[in-house]
Design a protein around this ligand. Structure first.
Ligand code: SF4
Length: 398
């Protein structure tokens, strides 16, 4: 029996943030209801392909999943439980944004078995939040956080962002201090990437962004300060108290099986990757065509052949990963983890030594001080983390 992680995409937000290029938009209550019904059907219909899997994590991401009525979240999780084999103690996370939750909603979440929250704060400075178009201020976040603790959540992630317009080293430091004072179990800290086509990109001349040096300083400060405060960095941008690393995200970096449901969601199961359509019309057609799926599907190999042979199902960018692509991903996803990639694991999976495939690039990166070898693992050095894109590009095979 293989482990499976389930990602469920909720594409709705109260309002679009100015930097956002995720698949998210606002919608009426009726549109949300109709989407949830499609989602329930998709989750149910696809379950025939996962009979040889057991679910170790479920992640409701977005968008803003907490915009859904708690009753809808409950129905989604009930459907997962009814049609999939859930492991005892599976990690069940919901992403929430301050301003979209109430104390009652959190209590309902606990009742339906959600055991982890991921709260999008980004900054504790109200002017910074306003410049990037977040719907909340710091005070609203604090209320959200306290309500979550009062409801009984003992595993909370807080998302932070560096390199925001108008952000200074001092204001970022204050954000780190205020957040760690709350003692969440997990902190994710990314730098803002200005994406073309977003309103913030179009207005970039109006703002003073941190320089590249300041961005680097914030990055170093994140690492040093969070480590001083007892957070273990387990991935380039993710920090956790002992025992609270996010199980769901580790599945992505370790190339475990994950099934994505909902608009635009990605999946990778048994080394086949695909994506669900991104427009509501296509998604509706995709779910409605599912009735034509073989009623006798038994496992993920049936899923692969159903996608390949059906033609009507409409999954996008379906790709069967060959050994070359699997090895590349093993290296560049695995190297994101601070523990690195396991040499023995590589051999077990591919029947070849990592040295035989990547000897030249390993030697080169080690001699440049970018990679280290420790206890049977290859991992990024501090310098290697700074230039991780360069290091990872070295693992692409011709
Ligand atoms: S809350 Fe997140 S997904 Fe929604 S608009 Fe803002 S950044 Fe995008």
């Amino acid at each position: 029996m293989r482990d499976l992680s389930i990602y469920i995409h909720i594409p709705f937000c109260a309002r679009k943030c100015l930097y956002c290029d995720f698949l998210s938009f606002s919608a009426s209550a009726a549109e949300i209801k109709s989407y949830v019904n499609l989602l329930l059907r998709e989750i149910k219909e696809q379950s025939v392909f996962y009979r040889d899997h057991r679910v170790i994590s479920v992640f409701l991401g977005g968008g803003t999943p907490s915009i859904l009525p708690a009753e809808a979240v409950g129905r989604i999780l009930e459907t997962v439980r009814e049609y999939y084999r859930m492991t005892e103690g599976a990690e069940i996370t919901v992403e929430c944004n301050p301003g979209t939750v109430t104390a009652e909603k959190f209590i309902d979440y606990i009742t339906c078995g959600i055991n982890r929250l991921s709260i999008g704060l980004q900054s504790t400075q109200d002017e910074e939040l306003e410049r990037i178009g977040r719907i909340h201020d710091y005070k609203t976040f604090l209320e959200t956080y306290r309500m979550a603790r009062a409801a009984g959540f003992q595993n909370i992630n807080i998302d932070l962002m560096a390199a925001l317009p108008g952000q200074s080293i001092a204001s970022y430091r204050e954000t780190l201090e205020r957040v760690t004072a709350l003692s969440p179990e997990h902190i994710s800290a990314y730098s803002l990437i200005l994406e073309e086509g977003t309103p913030l990109y179009d207005r970039k001349e109006q703002y003073c962004f941190p320089t590249e040096e300041e961005d680097r300083e914030m990055y170093q400060m994140t690492r040093e300060y969070l480590e001083e405060q007892g957070y273990h960095r387990y991935e380039i941008s993710n920090y956790a108290r002992e025992g609270y690393a996010c199980r769901h995200n580790q599945v992505y970096w370790q190339r475990g099986d994950y099934a994505g449901f909902g608009l635009g969601a990605s999946s990778m199961v048994c080394d086949v990757r695909w994506r669900i359509p991104e427009t509501m019309e296509e998604y509706r057609a995709y779910v409605e065509n599912m009735q034509e799926s073989p009623e006798a599907g038994r496992d993920c190999m049936d899923l692969a052949s159903w996608q390949k042979n059906g033609g009507k199902q409409g999954v996008k960018e379906r790709q069967v990963l060959g050994a070359k692509e699997q090895m590349e991903e093993y290296m560049f996803l695995g190297l994101r983890m601070m523990c690195g990639v396991n040499c023995r694991g590589f051999h077990d999976k591919f029947g070849q030594d990592m040295e035989a495939v990547y000897g030249a690039v390993l030697d080169k990166m080690m001699s440049q001080g970018l990679l280290l070898r420790e206890d049977g693992y290859i991992k990024l050095s501090d310098r290697g983390i700074d230039v991780s894109n360069y290091v990872m590009a070295g693992f692409l095979l011709d």
